[in-house]
Ligand binder design. Sequence first.
Ligand code: ZN
Length: 245
Amino acid sequence: MPETDTRQQTFQLVALGNVDKKRADAQLLIDAVPRMLASRSRDSREAQANLDAAKAKHQGFQAHLKSLELDLGAKEDELTKANGNLMSATSNEQYTLMMAEISRRKEEKGAVEEAILEQFDVIKQGERMVAEASARLAEAQQEYAGFEEKARLEIADHQKELAEFDERREQVRKAIAPEVLVIYDRAYKAHGDAIVPCEGNTCHGCFSTLTPNDQNRLLGGKRLMTCKVCQRILYKPDALHASPG
Ligand SMILES: [Zn+2]
């Protein structure tokens, strides 16, 4: 390969390396979006779990009220019965005992009534808990929806970029000899990059030092050079920037 062609190929290979890097970056961003969305949806799922727990508690409070109300009914029946029995008292002593029972029954009934009033407060707290959890869930869902919309637009942008890079890549590859593309593709597959600068006689892909022979050949610029260790294509950045001689 003549020297100018080698230089030309190196230019194209560096351009191919750049466009492949951009493609990989765009693909990384596209791949990252579903993961970010999943992590964002965690907030909504937590808010939903909180709401479910608040609803369950509220139901428990109401069930307890039901049982208190049943208890109150039973206490009222007992009191009515005790009042009815009073008529059948056959002695003052029995009458006094019955009055004492009635008073005890009234106290028991009063205690249940108090518990019911307190339970009403507990239920109100439960309702507030449910309302707050519900509002938090709505907030989290709205936030997620906004994020999802943004993510959708971002993905579309990156995909558009990717399509442009693909087109550019095809153009650049057309300008490179097929046997050179084979070397490039093999290194790209192995490392995720295929063309690296050689500076200070060091391959910037694997950071091994070139042999003096290879250093000279690379400086000579008569043929494309690959690193003996990592097989990446090497180039001298200075040589690329200098005007063709
Ligand atoms: Zn190397």
